[in-house]
Design a binder for this molecule. Structure first.
Ligand code: SF4
Length: 71
């Protein structure tokens, strides 16, 4: 499994992560990214996904303010 974290305070709502990886990321309704509920482990910004979900790295690399981390 891979840990995925969004520092939601720093998100500027550009939409890249949900455009590129919509199965994991979504808009929370107010212009901030959050994780889709089934992947969350703690709050809306922390979770984990299976190793074969590669779009999380694509989203991480696309974030203009570098608030997504995958480890
Ligand atoms: S790519 Fe980054 S700034 Fe853009 S919506 Fe996602 S978390 Fe927010």
């Amino acid at each position: 499994m891979k840990d995925v974290e969004i520092d939601q305070e720093g998100c500027i709502g550009c939409g890249s992560c949900y455009a590129l990886c919509p199965k994991v990321f979504e808009d929370d309704g107010s212009g901030t990214a959050q994780l889709v509920e089934k992947f969350r482990t703690e709050g809306a910004g922390k979770g984990e996904v299976k190793d074969d979900i590669d779009c999380v790295e694509t989203a991480e690399n696309s974030c203009p303010v570098n608030v997504i981390s995958v480890s």
